[in-house]
Write a protein that binds this ligand. Structure first.
Ligand code: ZN
Length: 131
């Protein structure tokens, strides 16, 4: 297992970690297999989406904020229920196909660490399974 450390700088933020994940795949020399990317935090997540136009990131964050407002009548006493709900919606892991030593993401796909309760020090766990 490999671990990537991420320092987030905003409360809500999508951070492209595609190159870090691909570097782990390349270092492993695995040509065909599966790459599991897992976020061990309950107020963050992992998503795959377009990394060409940065407006896609801001649209996702803005719409999530509209669906799940920060200040509602939530029960959770820690005061970050919106972050837990966004994490549940986005999900905390992704499974990727590795072929010819490359993550198969399509033309515009990128892997994003999704921060919903930053800024914080975070980590992402990566496990590779060789075919
Ligand atoms: Zn909490």
């Amino acid at each position: 297992m490999e671990c990537i450390k991420i320092k987030t700088s905003k409360r809500n933020e999508l951070i492209d970690i595609t190159s870090e994940i691909q570097a782990i795949v390349s270092k492993s020399k695995i040509k065909e297999g599966i790459c599991v990317v897992y976020c061990p935090h309950t107020t963050a997540g992992i998503t795959i989406n377009e990394n060409a136009d940065p407006d896609v990131k801001s649209d996702i964050l803005n719409r999530l904020g509209a669906i799940v407002p920060e200040n509602e009548n939530y029960s959770h006493s820690e005061g970050n229920s919106d972050a837990h709900i966004k994490s549940a919606l986005i999900g905390n892991n992704q499974t990727l196909i590795v072929s010819d030593g490359k993550l198969q993401l399509g033309s515009w796909g990128g892997i994003f660490f999704s921060e919903f309760d930053g800024p914080r020090q975070r980590q992402v766990l990566v496990q590779l399974i060789k075919q």
